[in-house]
Design a protein around this ligand. Structure first.
Ligand code: CP3
Length: 339
């Protein structure tokens, strides 16, 4: 299908590229009118579980913008549903789990997760999307700690008090839960690679609520355990508050690291060393005038340098972003040439 090695594959191999490849976290979603139109006819979970709908949504941003990769439309919490969580997505509230995990009996009642048996839709959507798109498709999963947060709390939270009560109060049980989740998401990543994903990203959105010692004690080894189960394509690791953890991040043994916008990408590179880096435009900078967006895009590219840089946002696009702002940012990446 594609004769030359795609730009994103080259950047993930830490090669010098003529410009950085670009994709955006949450590039498929509610900021696009065509997503909202389809979403008005189906629930979010129906869309995730129907390969044809997930494929259509994955392709929507690729029709509008010259992104260098698609990311499969799905959600990090779907494996929890297969493991026994009663999961719902409530507009305005976000994900809710009606039967949160709080005790040893709850942890032990979780079912084992076999992605091919329990959650075939994302893999089928990867096959369909890969056949239909001109660019490679990425897979993803939630990191064990972030999955544990939702599973224990039962919904999004600012302080995650129940999660920390369990983590600090029953550390052995929390280890057991993280290990179960690591094995589940590791197998999920592998199944997506086997289905044709050219790379996979692990999202540890909430790891930033941990202090550095707790990050090293809990989130870090669980992430390494998950990624050890996945081979055959490069792995990327994202956390929303990367700065405090940069000195230890490479112990996760991912192939590339995605950093948020609160860290200077050049400074992050110095700490991380010679490894592919992804990022890191402030998603809310997409509210800026287009000239300012272009200026910021250029500045990030110049600071990151020509080797092993994948341009992305520092976190997902929010539903209030104008589609034209996304176009301005993506075009600015395409306009760049390292001479
Ligand atoms: O990036 C992509 O375009 C691929 C699809 C994708 C979604 N969620 C679709 C989605 C990805 C990669 C995710 C990851 C995800 N999901 C994360 C990690 C990244 C991050 O954003 O921090 C987390 C924490 C979740 C859990 C989740 N799913 C939340 C908190 C919500 C509610 C968000 C909100 O603003 O309402 C979701 C729902 C969700 N996942 C939507 C989409 C497009 C919106 C669903 C809708 O249409 O109502």
């Amino acid at each position: 299908m594609k004769e030359h090695t795609p730009l994103i594959v080259r950047a993930l191999r830490n090669e010098v590229t003529e410009r950085p490849p670009v994709w955006f976290m949450r590039q498929a979603g509610r900021y696009l009118p065509e997503y909202r139109e389809l979403r008005s006819k189906h629930t979010f979970l129906q869309m995730c579980h129907t390969p044809e709908l997930a494929t259509e949504v994955t392709l929507q941003p690729l029709r509008r913008y010259p992104f260098d990769a698609g990311i499969i439309f799905s959600d990090i919490l779907l494996p929890l549903e297969s493991m026994g969580a009663e999961l719902e997505y409530i507009p305005g509230t976000g994900p809710v789990i009606r039967n949160p995990v709080r005790t040893a009996a709850d942890v032990r009642a979780l079912k084992d997760f076999d992605p091919i048996r329990d959650l075939p839709a994302p893999m089928e959507a990867i096959r369909l999307t890969t056949a239909a798109a001109d660019v490679p498709i990425l897979g993803f999963a939630g990191a064990p700690f972030t999955m544990a947060c939702y599973l224990i709390e039962g919904q999004g939270s600012r302080n995650w008090p129940e999660t920390k009560r369990l983590m600090f109060g029953q550390p052995k049980l929390f280890d057991e839960l993280l290990n179960r989740l690591a094995d589940a998401v590791g197998d999920h990543l592998q199944a997506q690679i086997d289905a044709g994903a050219v790379g996979v990203q692990l999202f540890d959105t909430w790891a930033g609520v941990l202090g550095p010692a707790d990050f090293q004690r809990w989130a870090l080894p669980a992430n390494r355990r998950a990624l050890k189960r996945a081979s055959g394509a490069p792995t990327m690791f994202f956390t929303k508050d990367s700065a405090p953890f940069l000195p230890w991040l490479r112990d996760i043994e991912a192939d590339a690291y995605a950093v948020d916008w609160r860290v200077d990408i050049g400074a992050a590179r110095k700490v991380l060393g010679d490894v592919p880096i992804q990022g890191n435009l402030d998603p809310q900078a997409l509210h800026a005038p287009h000239d300012e967006i272009r200026r910021r895009v250029r500045s990030i590219i110049e600071t990151a340098g020509p080797k092993g840089h994948i341009f992305n946002l520092g976190h997902g696009i929010t539903p209030d972003i104008e589609p034209a702002a996304v176009e301005a940012a993506v075009e600015a990446v395409h306009a760049h040439r390292w001479s």
